[in-house]
Design a binder for this molecule. Structure first.
Ligand SMILES: Cc1cc2nc3c(=O)[nH]c(=O)nc-3n(C[C@H](O)[C@H](O)[C@H](O)COP(=O)(O)OP(=O)(O)OC[C@H]3O[C@@H](n4cnc5c(N)ncnc54)[C@H](O)[C@@H]3O)c2cc1C
Length: 493
């Protein structure tokens, strides 16, 4: 297969980039499940930008730097914040209908200002939203626009195994197709938009696609990575074991929800930055369960403002309008990743990266809430210039490798994956110690050896996802071990 732009990933960053790039050439988007199965699809709270008269870029920059413990790249933060309003305009132009304020006669119209909500660490109301399902709305609109575009081809259930590299150049990716064949896609530019790595941990808000594939692929190809130790744990996931933990959006606290300990006492400022609230919960949970409650607001407001969370909680027998809901911190966001410049360029020629898979420098040591959708749009709005068509070549095929879809291999891969997730939770969780990190590295290295034995003659999608979890986990552990002092969301005792 041959294309001008190969985009790996169909979340907000991949699809937004694809829509821009399609004006310059043929775009192939590959995505490992159905097109909409992305982290983007589950985003609840909204997208931050300076959108009101009471706000200004300096304030948003200040909040972003404070949340990031001043570990951010200031130039990148300014770049993102200043381009924030333009990113919202782009989404609105594509068709995203953010909530609006009513005018004095109680009506909403095209010119009505956007309603803005608040989340932890923001000094102002600056988050545009659609109910409590902002990501779903954005993803659906982007998918619609992508399907309308004649220059964009989408290959669902197609798994990128590795980048094709010769010298310092990337030529595309090796893939496993929907029909379980190994193939190559050659491209003039290859774009990693593979999202985060929440599934590297036992407990996470992330869906099953978030296995750190982009980071692992990039590392294997020799791309530079940065700040992987900064894993953000979201303080308020429902404390009930489900494969993907149900998130209770920070926007709930933005609209007044309170946290109570087992004695019924409030124990932290609810709108502190996420790392601080997560740490406070971590300590409090040693004494007993912690609860989130917004029952002091009217039932009508709660049902209208948080319809999806209300419905999802009903399935677990909780009524958000009345009940205190037990919560716990879980892995949520990968602040570091593949190092890029402001144009999404990596250190490898023809390889670009956008969205959660990247380290752009905007988040520092802890992401400010709702800055990630913003980062994804601002950076993927870049139009790549000077892409030179590569020479057509078939020299890099990998036809000697065999695909193995046997149930035994699937089972072994699943077992190793589970062990890796347990190691990460135990040794690289909310609070870390040097000894525990050391132990985690040893255990993960042993798992990698086990995998290599399985991997020698076989290749399968399950095996590669597990390999990516193990390799990304190991990179996170090693980065955490190197940082000997607490910073942002990396707490070390
Ligand atoms: C529950 C939840 C709530 C959130 N709420 C907010 C919020 O309110 N505001 C905010 O700013 N951020 C929020 N976030 C974070 C935000 O949603 C993500 O950071 C953002 O959507 C990432 O977009 P992306 O395009 O980088 O990746 P994603 O949307 O995750 O897309 C990744 C894509 O890559 C594909 N992929 C991965 N590996 C491979 C492979 N090997 N081969 C082929 N395809 C592959 C996946 O299938 C998927 O299509 C939330 C996240 C979660 C999980």
């Amino acid at each position: 297969m041959q294309t001008n732009f190969l985009v790996i990933g169909s979340g907000i960053s991949g699809l937004n980039f694809a829509l821009h790039a399609a004006n310059k050439g043929h775009v192939t988007v590959i995505t490992k499940k159905k097109i909409a199965e992305t982290n983007t699809n589950y985003a609840q709270g909204g997208i931050a930008a300076v959108l009101s008269k009471n706000d200004n870029p300096e304030k948003h920059i200040k909040d972003t730097l404070e949340a990031g413990d001043y570990h951010n790249n200031k130039k990148a933060v300014r770049f993102m914040v200043e381009k924030g309003p333009e990113a919202i305009t782009r989404l609105v132009a594509l068709g995203v209908e953010f909530e609006k304020e009513q005018d004095s006669s109680g009506k909403k119209n095209l010119k009505s200002p956007l309603s803005l909500t608040r989340e932890g660490g923001h000094g102002n109301r600056r988050i545009a939203f659609v109910g409590d399902h902002t990501g779903l709305e954005i993803e659906q609109i982007l998918v619609k626009r992508i399907k309308e575009h004649p220059n964009i081809e989408v290959l669902e259930n197609t798994f990128a195994v590795d980048l094709i590299k010769r010298g310092n150049k990337i030529y595309g990716a090796k893939i496993i197709t929907r029909k379980n064949r190994i193939d190559n896609v050659f491209a003039d530019a290859t774009i990693l938009a593979t999202g985060g790595a929440g599934q590297v941990f036992k407990y996470t808000t992330n869906p099953s696609i978030a296995t750190g594939d982009g980071v692992a692929m990039a590392a294997r190809a020799g791309a530079k990575l940065k700040d992987l130790e900064f894993i953000q744990f979201h303080p308020t996931a429902l404390a009930k074991p489900t494969p993907r933990r149900l998130l209770l959006s920070e926007a709930l606290r933005g609209e007044g929800a309170r946290l109570y300990n087992s004695k019924g006492k409030r124990f932290t400022k609810e709108l502190e930055t996420r790392n601080k609230v997560a740490k406070a919960l971590y300590e409090e949970l040693k004494e007993g369960p912690v609860f989130l409650s917004i029952s002091h607001r009217s039932a009508q407001f709660i049902r209208k403002r948080f319809p999806s969370i209300y419905k999802a909680l009903r399935k677990h027998k909780f009524d958000l309008t009345k009940d205190q809901v037990p919560v716990t911190p879980v892995a949520h966001y990968t602040c570091g990743g593949v190092r890029t410049d402001l144009k999404g360029r990596t250190n490898l020629k023809n390889l670009y990266a956008f969205g959660e898979v990247t380290y752009t420098g905007v988040h520092g040591a802890n992401r400010l809430a709702s800055n990630s959708l913003l980062e994804a749009v601002v950076f993927s709005n870049q139009i790549l210039e000077n892409i030179k068509p590569l020479r057509k070549t078939h020299a890099f095929t990998f036809l000697h490798e065999k695909l193995n879809t046997s149930p035994e291999l699937k089972k072994s891969a699943a077992q190793i994956r589970k062990q890796a997730q347990n190691i990460m939770w135990k040794h690289c969780g909310i609070v870390r110690t040097q000894d525990s990190l050391h132990q985690g590295i040893t255990e993960m290295q042993n798992l990698r050896k086990e995998l290599t034995k399985l991997n020698r003659t076989n290749i399968s999608r399950d095996l590669y996802e597990t390999k990516n979890i193990v390799e990304t986990g190991l990179l996170i552990l090693k980065a955490a071990k190197k940082r000997r002092k607490s910073l942002g969301c990396h707490f070390i005792e």
